[in-house]
Design a protein around this ligand. Structure first.
Ligand SMILES: NC(=O)CC[C@H](N)C(=O)O
Length: 230
């Protein structure tokens, strides 16, 4: 699996992401600096979390217009697998690769805590190793994680099976009480129409080690390794 991880000034999860991918696939990904214009030759591109360009203007807004994102878009359009986590999800919505936006958390506070997400769809390349309804314990750490899209878009996402993760409790129940940031319909992760671009707010890369955060994030990386190495 040849994976690239994009790095902007202010990115802070790129090493965690590299560890997660290496643990699942056995291969160390390549870090690619934000001025790069060519991402050909990779079969997975990951846009990790952090505070790209200091979150100026709006989270992900500047990164969404950076040279490397044009290259990400080009590869996504060719069918290359793209994963965006947290700030990466924000960036992918800013480029238009994914619909909707991430607004400030409903409580207007930065949220850093463990939470649970339910897998709504078991499908390659991202969730092939998860079962539908499987609950994973993962961390969130964001200020703008409140997923918003208009009703028509939300209905389309639901109808096309593109809502991949929802915030839930430890038994998989989804309710207002488990909606930690105000996201429409408890949405924590979605895919594009073609199914090769996924954005999610929680951090599976920080749940890959029993000594730190558990291992319930690992199946996502194992899914990618299996789908892409196969
Ligand atoms: N951990 C992250 O990627 C945070 C994303 C963004 N800076 C926010 O606070 O919402």
């Amino acid at each position: 699996m040849k994976a690239a991880i994009t790095v902007f000034p202010g990115t802070n999860r790129e090493r965690d992401m590299a560890d997660a991918l290496e643990r699942a696939s056995g291969t160390r990904p390549t870090m690619v600096w934000h001025g790069e214009r060519d991402l050909s030759g990779y079969d997975l591109i990951v846009v990790p979390g952090g505070f790209s360009y200091g979150d100026y203007l709006r989270c992900g807004a500047m990164a969404g217009n950076s040279p490397i994102l044009r290259a990400v878009k080009e590869q996504a359009d060719r069918g290359v697998t793209v994963l965006g986590v947290c700030n990466g999800f924000q960036i992918l919505t800013e480029t238009g690769l994914l619909p909707g936006v991430l607004l400030r958390n409903a409580g207007l506070k930065f949220i850093c805590k463990m939470t649970h997400i339910r897998c709504e769809k078991s499908a390659a390349p991202f969730t092939g190793k998860l079962t539908q309804g499987q609950v994973s314990r993962v961390a969130v750490a964001h200020n703008e994680g409140n997923y918003y899209a208009d009703d028509e878009t939300l209905d389309m996402l639901e109808g096309e099976g593109r809502v991949v993760f929802r915030y839930c409790d430890d038994r998989g129940n989804v309710s207002d009480a488990t909606n930690l940031n105000g996201s429409q319909r408890n949405i924590a992760g979605i895919v594009n129409k073609r199914g090769n671009v996924l954005g999610m707010m929680p951090h599976p890369e920080n749940a890959i080690d029993p000594m730190a955060g558990g291992t319930e994030g690992l199946p996502i990386f194992q899914s990618l390794a299996t789908a892409i190495l196969a």
